[in-house]
Write a protein that binds this ligand. Structure first.
Ligand code: UTP
Length: 275
């Protein structure tokens, strides 16, 4: 039922300059695997195998990564290095990939709207690949959300508690608890000052969205920072119907920041790579 996953990946990644001057932020490797590959793996694990990417200028490496590199592959064929490509080859074989471009960086809401041409009129997942999510003890975060979608059939955002002095970096929600880990959203504010935050529950880069979100984004005026914010469109959707916030199981690393990226690298090296 959920088949498509949208990867908005058009942002400039200014916090990682100069690394991101000519390379997409999403291609930065955590140990030896680029962020985007972790994201696509998580999507496939959730059963969403139609991968739709919103890219921009200077992001061609993303398309090349999910394609065959004949010269390189011919060169290492038969050697023990070939096993290093097993994972990405399986991903490429198991998914379809389509791309569109966001020509002007007008915010995450606008990037998602650019994806409408790839998504059409069906519910879809959204993964911001610079938020690396790992659940070492069970299904990935998007798989947890896809399971909930089957039951509730409405938009779902993943949330986590953050320290009060960090709420200004996130969209922040408040609402009625349905269970220990599920909240019906009643209020949602993008990057609030500490005093204005309705809670300390911050939205991270995983969403399931119903397709009516596209019309709502079209009707959304630029908000914080002059950007079209997905949070504003989701707030309207919550008022008109239902949006759920889910406290996911697992760890999330903000790999768009240097501290988060280093933390993710250390975690993954210890958990996934070191023998
Ligand atoms: P960020 O807020 O992390 O912005 O975007 P950014 O430009 O990538 O990075 P900094 O802040 O300059 O370092 C969150 C996500 O939304 C996408 C980004 O690619 C990232 O995955 N995005 C944001 C777009 O695709 N288009 C936009 O106009 C804005």
């Amino acid at each position: 039922m959920l088949k498509k996953c949208l990867f908005p990946a058009a942002g400039y990644g200014t916090r990682f300059l100069p690394a991101t001057k000519s390379m997409p932020k999403e291609m930065m490797p955590v140990v030896s695997k680029p962020l985007i590959e972790y994201g696509v793996e998580e999507s496939l694990q959730a059963g969403l195998s139609d991968i739709c990417m919103v890219t921009g200028r200077g992001k061609r490496a993303l398309e090349d990564h999910f394609d065959t590199n004949y010269e390189l592959e011919h060169q290492i064929a038969g050697s023990d290095k070939e096993t290093l490509l097993t994972n990405i080859r399986q991903l490429i074989d198991s998914c379809t990939f389509s791309y569109t471009r966001q020509r002007e960086m007008k915010g995450l809401g606008h990037a998602i709207l650019c994806g409408e041409t790839l998504i059409g009129k069906q519910p879809f997942g959204v993964v911001l690949a610079d938020d690396l999510c790992i659940n070492a003890d069970g299904p990935g975060v998007l798989a947890q959300m896809a399971q909930l979608y089957k039951q509730f059939r409405c938009s779902i955002v993943a949330v986590m508690e953050v320290p009060e002095d960090e709420v200004h970096k996130y969209g922040v929600i408040a609402g009625q608890a349905i269970s220990d880990d599920l909240i019906r959203v009643e209020n949602m504010v993008e990057k609030p000052a500490r005093e204005e935050a309705p809670s300390n529950l911050a939205i991270i880069g995983r969403y399931i969205l119903t397709p009516d979100i596209f019309d709502l984004i079209r009707d959304t005026q630029p908000g914080k920072g002059g950007e079209i914010q997905i949070t504003d469109a989701l707030m309207t959707q919550a008022q008109l119907g239902c949006v759920l916030a889910y406290k996911f199981k697992g760890r999330r690393f903000d790999c768009g920041s240097i501290e988060g990226f280093i933390e993710a690298t250390n975690y993954c090296y210890d958990k996934l790579y070191a023998h």
